[in-house]
Design a protein around this ligand. Structure first.
Ligand code: SAM
Length: 270
């Protein structure tokens, strides 16, 4: 059967997902480019453009307030780096003092965080991490963000992370809890194609090509088989809107990208 992991007990899923990302951490960025023919970069650019962090950061700087962003399941930093770039944090790092903008990357997996921190240092030097603290990395589980206080973030993002969480509804409730009232939740995730024929063609591609690529490039068929299965089993667009609403978010809605291969979901904490 295609769904080799579907009998995994819930309490084992977290352990298994940890193992998957431990083994893919080093090859993760290259594999993303190969599997999606580079399109994941466009999806991520579009996602970050939709957050409008650039104009939020401008408004904050004028009012000398703070803008706090939490990127959950942030892995090797792709979303956080785009946000930091859009908000001009590197430019501000040349002048001293703490940046009024902060992006916190939170991930359950220390290997992914290690790769992310290394990439951040290569890209920006130490200033953003150590001096202005515009960018920070911390370990944490999306479904119980016990290290984070209620009402503390203006924006919560999760990109290609929610489907890996064992208890998605708990993660949505946690997102609502840590957001400030009026704060925004944004999720970028694989979703479902509205047309069954397109969905079957896409399944043929993903179930055959992706595990084979995983084996050839990363010598790890099983992890990439898991990735494909987790995509297929995750909620479709409307179901995720419903789950967000049940978790107490308002204005839940989605936008499809590439015909629904991925979708951006967003909502507000009232
Ligand atoms: N957001 C990054 C990106 O778009 O490139 C990484 C996405 S990667 C496919 C999924 C990430 O989710 C991994 O880094 C994994 O460790 C993390 N993850 C899985 N389960 C998690 C959980 N329960 N809490 C926090 N992070 C989790």
């Amino acid at each position: 059967t295609h769904f080799g992991f579907q009998d995994v007990r819930l309490e084992d899923k977290e352990h298994m997902v940890r193992g998957v990302f431990d083994s893919v951490a080093e090859s993760y960025d290259v594999m993303n480019d190969l599997m999606s023919a580079g399109i994941h970069r466009v999806w991520k650019d579009t996602f970050v453009a939709c957050t409008r962090v650039e104009s939020l950061a401008k408004a904050i700087r004028c009012n000398a307030e703070e803008l706090t962003i939490l990127d959950v399941a942030g892995g090797t930093g792709d979303i956080a780096f785009r946000m930091v770039d859009a908000m001009g944090c590197e430019e501000r790092a040349k002048s001293s003092g703490r940046d009024p903008v902060s992006v916190t990357v939170c991930d359950i997996n220390t290997e992914m965080l290690r790769v992310g921190q290394r990439r951040a240092r290569e890209r920006y030097g130490a200033a953003l991490l150590d001096e202005t603290q515009a960018l920070s990395f911390q370990e944490g589980n999306a479904q119980s963000l016990t290290q984070l206080e209620d009402n503390s973030f203006d924006l919560y993002t999760i990109a290609f992370g929610l489907r890996n969480v064992t208890d998605v509804d708990a993660a949505l409730r946690e997102a609502r809890r840590v957001l400030k009232p009026g704060g925004r939740f944004m999720c970028l995730e694989f979703s479902h194609l509205p047309h069954p024929v397109l969905q079957s063609l896409y399944d043929v591609y993903s179930f055959n090509v992706i595990p084979t690529l995983g084996e050839a490039v990363a010598n790890d068929r099983a992890s990439y088989q898991y990735l494909v299965e987790s995509i297929r089993k995750f909620s479709d667009q409307e179901t995720l809107v419903k789950r967000m609403t049940e978790a107490g978010m308002e204005g839940a809605r989605y936008t499809n990208l590439t015909g629904g291969i991925v979708a951006i979901h967003e909502g507000w904490k009232p």
